[in-house]
Structure formats: structure tokens, C-alpha cells
Unconditional design. Structure first.
Lengths: 397, 397
């Protein structure tokens, strides 16, 4: 994976050293050293053709990002669905599509008391009577959900203590369901591991430089758009939005409200939606492009001339893969020429290794950017007030 | 449809009068008076079970917003797909799913030379040989695409001259494909018409007040989040992002770069992704909630107590519809208490009329906000540079 920066940037030894210390004791850094055999053995025993995840936010976005990136290419025999809402229409539509009795459910909740997930759990338990045969529980050690699972005889897996929800995709949270549908999780971890060691060896200085730039210029460029030129990265964008938004939207110790706002875009679609604003609107955004070098697709534009549309014969004979990547380069160039800070990440291919790299890259970048802004990237206390109000309203109904 | 504003707001007679004048001569205002019989007769003759739209941006986002809002409830017998990309993986996946020879294609492009759409057109023409039997052309009068369509004997429909792409969904652009799959387009227009007349009669002063607030406070609240509490509104959010971003991201005559940045959120999912940033990050965003009062769903949380999870018995017996709407109210209240300007739009139900209202409401709001900021909401000159660079790159390959 290459990262080229098209803005003036510096390196900081201090920040780099901070990262090296973090790598020694912060949870997500150490996930790449886990022995995966227990997940693989578990997955080998899964007989169901459908896996459903009951989980929301950090308990589902990462798994979804990886699954949707890989699925069209790898055509897994098993399917994965995400029950991540209280929306009755979405729930009904999803449940109608699957054979409930032939589905293995993973309920994933760090606290074990996530209201959306428990609502779905109650609904499904009423129909299915959960037992060790159809329910797996992934939660914090000692949570109420763990105790519920134990009573039902379910397999229980613990979320590592020092790993926050949005940094947990490379732990059991992501690895167990992904292994269960046939994803090569060792390759996924290998990708993350490669970025980690490249970075710690000093071979990936761009991460430090970007964090420094984003953090120091937060009042000029308060928004960071991720312009991914592949529909496969749509769910990845959503994972990024949570990671960036929840980690970097914080009140600092000195009382200043800090926030870098993430925006997920898909190319070329959003050239026809968001580009005008990036080009001519207030220059308050940086834009990171993601390209996939080799999409392993042979779809090409045929060499045909359409009557009256001969001006567009310039695209004849090129592959769609080449066209979309040229569109990415052209949009980047236009933004760069207009004074927008841009950079580009190029993935080698569509593989477990590539998405593993991308995920770990963003986890490092996020925590370093937080450090530059002097905020803490692992908590999310701001969401509590809404929960308290909801409980009050529920008690009143 | 009700709109309640939870921030200090004023009314402006001047702005209201401006709107009344616009309504007399600006294209999108007048679409509600069109006679729809020609679309209905055309639709009656469509025998294909699948309709595919070749179009991007303003040529597809609006149709997709309406279709995805209505589809789960109305279960149309015909399906609609959107070919809106040059992404080879997405294109292959989409085309594999349909029977190409039993599909009616609508190619929609205002200029008639949109590169993404012509690329798909070329690809499909090579396989299918487009003719009057499988291709309908919707474009500007006199465009190269119109001439191409005429040579093939296709039905040709013109986009009204004074209606820009992102304001065109209630014209032939949206109405013809929607009628062709069985949507009641008269009801759709009736909804828009109702908002128009309510507004012009002075019964919808909130639109004026909101535009005034958003425009005048653009340097404080530079971002406007739309928090839709229904998965049915996911594509609507995308339509809104284009409408808002392309209309309000402009260089003003005095040289100032103006931009209000739209953000589309879905509840409750994004409570677990974006809410932390809204609550504790920099207070630079306003948040508009959308709720659906009656989802016509009977899905309820059963009255069961799960061992160790008894604390969550507070949700027992309530419907999911009630729960999701309580979540919306609770999140709104939490944001309001934290000093975030919020408002809520409440749709009556899931119907053509409701989505017609919502669309027209946002079209008025957008153009009035542009007026407050003294910019022109209908052009998008900023996207041209990228196109020019792409053409240069293509000529070099």
C-alpha cells in the first residue's frame, strides 16, 4: 500500500516515539500477534449457511467493511447479515430473506446492554429460543450478556479489555464471524502486521506527517473527506466515519471542543454530488483518495463509435478499471490545483491482506491525530446523555 | 408534514416575497402543474419486468430516493436498477443479476455526453444492439444523445429547459421510470403541490425561518446534518447531499467561497458512529431529524424477560416503530440540551404523497438558503476542471 501526500508536510520524531510507546501497551496494536487457531477451529465447526450479527456501531461496522470489500470477488458459500437497527421495516425485510432456523447468530455487544441489540435478541429469542446451537456471545468479561449466554449454554468469547469497540475489528469481534464464512483471517492479520512493522521500522513516515497536518490544521481543515474509488469500499467508508468521528470529536481537558468531521465519498458517483462543494465551496476540507491498482476485472469499453457521440470515442478500448482510476487521478489533480490538501492511498488488490493494511493504517492515523490535538481517542462519553433520556422516556410510556 | 424548529428564529417578508416571485418563473416550482397522462400512457405500454436507469447524479439520485422509500411497502412487481458508475465490479455484479434481454433501459443525461453513462451505453449496446424496443432517451432537446436515440428509433423525452439536474426528479426524469414500475406519480406530485400551496399561502413559515438561520449563521454552523430515523430514507439522504452540496457550494460574485456542507445520517445506527462528534466536538453543525409517524408495521418487542438482562425489560411490549421514534426524540433532546440547533420533520406515513412533500420542501429550502447567502443555486461550474483533466489524460493513453 502506497500513500502519497500532495501538501506541504513535516515529520515529528516526538510523535513517532509516542506511537512506538503506544504500540507496546495499547490494545489494538497488539491484536496482530494473537494466535488465530481458536477462531479457525471454531469456524470449521460452523454448519449453518447463514451467519447473522446482532450488533451495532463498533460491533458490526468493521465486519461489514471487510465482508463487503471481499464478497463480490470471493463469492463465499455462506452469507453474512447485519441486524444493526431498531427500524421495523429494515428488520422485517432482512428477516424475511433468511431461513431463521438455519442461521447462526452472533450477538456482539461490549457492555452487553446495547438497547438495539437486546431488542433484536428479545424478538428473535421469542421465535427461536436461543441455545448453544444457534447463539454465540461476544462481549466483555462479566457482562450481563455473558451471564445470559452462559445460562443458554452458548459459546462465549471475550472482547480484549484494552480494545475499544471501534478498534476491535481485528479481534474476536471481526475474526470469528469472518472466519465462519470462509474469510482467510490470517491474511487479514498479516496485512495489519505488515503495516505495523513497516511503520515501526520508519518505512511509513506519511502516517506521522498526515496526523501532524490534520491535527495542527484542524481549525482550517475541520473536515476530512475520504474519496474511495470503488463501490467495494462503501462500508469501509462507514467504518472510517465512526472511527474518525467518535475518536476525534472530544472536549479537551482545557475545555475546548475539538472535532474533525469525517465525510465518506464514493467515486465516480460523488463527483456528481459533492465535488462542486469541494471545488468552489469554502476551503475547509482535506481529501484522501483511495484507489485499487488491480481490480482483477476484464470489463472493457468496446471499440464502437456511437452515431453523434463520436466525441466520446476517446474512451474506446480502455478497461473500466483504467477509466475509474483515471477519474480518481483527474479529480485529485483538479482539487490539488484548487488548493485543496489531498493525498492518495493505493491498495494493491482486492484481498484480505489489502483491507487488513488499510484498517490498521487508519487506526494508527486516528490515534496519532488525537495525540497532536491532545485528546483521548478511545472513549465516547458524549453518547450517554441520549441513552439516559431514552430510558426516562421508556419508563414513562 | 410538520416541521418544528428548536432554535431561535425569525421570519423575513423579503425572503418570502422572493420565493413567491421565483415560484412564477423558476422551472422546478412549475413541475407540479404538469399533465401526467403522457407518462402514465407510456408506462402502461411497458412490458419489461426490469427497468434499468443509465444515469448518474441528478439523473438517478432522485429516482433512487423515491424508489427505495416506497419499495419495501409497495412490493412492486417490476424492479428498477441504477447503472450509475464506471466501477467494473459494481457493473458486473449488477448486470449478472438481471436478464438483459428482458430489460428496458432509460438513458438519462442532461448534456447527453456524461462520460459514465456513455461508457455504460457503449458497453451495453455492444451486447444488446439498442433499438426502440429496449432504449428510452431522456435528455436536453438537441443533445448528441437525442440524435443518437432518434437514429435508433427510441422514444425521446426532453428535460424541461429551466430545470437543473438535481431539481429534476419531479419532471420526466423521475416520473417516467417511476410510473413504469407502478408508482402512483400523481400522488407524488400531489404531495409536492400541497407543500407548494401551503408554503405560498404562508402556512409553512418554518421554511423561510430555517433558510434565514442556515444562511445567516453559515460561518458558525457550516455543516447541516440530516438525521433520518428510517432506513427507507438512506437514498433520500444521498439526494439531499447532492442538492445541498452542489447548490450551496459556490464562489459568490464578490469572490467569497461559500459552502454549507451536507451530512446524511441514519438513526439509530449513526448514534453509534457520529453522535459523539455532534455532542462533544466543535459546535459547527445543525441537525435536522426526520421521523415517520406511521410506518404501518406491527413488529413489537415481546414481553419476555431475559435472564440477567432484566434491566432492559423497559422495552418490553412496545413496538419497534415506537422505539425508533423515541430514540429520535431522545437524541434530539440530548443535542438540544448541548446547544446544537435542531429541528424535526415528521412525515405522516410511507407513501408517494409523503416523499413528494419532503422533496419539494427541500427544494424550496435550498433555493431560499442560497438567496440568503447571495449565491446562485442552479449551476455547478466547479466540476468542469476535473472533466477537462480527464479528457487530457484519456487523449494521452
Amino acid at each position: 500500500m502506497k500513500n502519497r501526500l500532495f501538501f506541504e508536510h513535516n515529520f515529528s520524531d516526538e510523535l513517532f516515539n509516542f506511537a512506538k510507546q503506544e504500540a507496546e501497551h495499547i490494545g489494538f496494536w497488539r491484536l496482530v500477534d494473537e494466535n488465530l487457531s481458536k477462531y479457525v477451529s471454531f469456524a470449521d465447526e460452523v454448519s449453518q449457511k447463514c451467519i447473522a450479527i446482532i450488533g451495532i456501531g463498533g460491533s458490526s461496522l468493521g465486519v461489514e467493511a471487510i465482508y463487503n470489500f471481499l464478497r463480490p470477488k470471493f463469492e463465499y458459500e455462506k452469507s453474512l447479515i447485519f441486524l444493526d437497527t431498531t427500524d421495523p421495516i429494515q428488520l422485517s425485510t432482512q428477516l424475511e430473506k433468511i431461513d431463521l432456523s438455519a442461521t447462526l447468530f452472533f450477538v456482539i455487544s461490549k457492555s452487553g446492554t446495547t438497547i438495539e441489540s437486546i431488542a433484536s435478541l428479545k424478538y428473535l429469542d421469542h421465535i427461536l429460543q436461543f441455545s448453544k446451537n444457534n447463539l454465540v456471545v461476544i462481549t466483555d468479561q462479566g457482562s450481563p450478556l455473558e451471564k445470559f449466554g452462559l445460562e443458554r449454554g452458548s459459546s462465549i468469547f471475550h472482547i480484549p479489555e484494552s480494545v475499544g469497540g471501534r478498534y476491535s475489528v481485528l479481534s474476536v469481534v471481526g475474526l470469528l464471524p469472518l472466519a465462519s464464512i470462509g474469510v482467510d483471517i490470517q491474511e487479514l492479520i498479516n496485512g495489519a502486521k505488515e503495516i505495523k512493522s513497516d511503520f515501526l521500522r520508519g518505512d511509513f513516515p506519511e502516517v506521522v506527517s498526515k496526523a501532524l497536518f490534520f491535527g495542527e490544521n484542524r481549525n482550517t481543515y475541520g473536515m476530512n473527506a475520504l474519496f474511495s474509488y470503488s463501490s467495494l469500499l462503501k462500508s469501509f467508508n462507514e467504518w472510517y466515519v465512526q472511527l474518525w468521528g467518535e475518536s476525534l470529536g472530544k472536549v479537551r481537558k482545557d475545555g475546548e471542543a475539538i472535532g474533525l468531521t469525517p465525510i465518506g465519498l464514493i467515486g465516480p458517483k460523488d463527483q456528481h454530488s459533492f465535488l462542486q462543494l469541494l471545488m468552489e465551496g469554502k476551503k475547509d476540507k482535506s481529501v484522501t483518495f483511495i484507489k485499487i491498482k488491480d481490480m482483477d476485472s476484464h470489463l472493457s469499453i468496446p471499440v464502437v463509435s456511437l452515431s453523434n457521440l463520436e466525441n466520446l470515442d476517446i474512451i474506446n478500448g480502455i478497461s473500466f478499471e483504467e477509466l475509474i482510476n483515471l477519474q480518481a487521478s483527474s479529480t485529485l489533480e483538479a482539487l490539488k490545483n484548487s488548493g485543496v490538501p489531498t493525498d492518495v492511498l493505493e491498495l494493491e488488490d482486492i484481498s484480505e491482506r489489502s483491507i487488513g493494511k488499510l484498517i490498521f493504517y487508519f487506526e494508527i492515523l486516528t490515534t496519532l491525530t488525537a495525540e497532536v490535538m491532545e485528546i483521548e481517542p478511545y472513549r465516547q462519553d458524549g453518547v450517554e446523555l441520549g441513552k439516559t433520556i431514552l430510558k426516562k422516556k421508556l419508563a414513562e410510556t
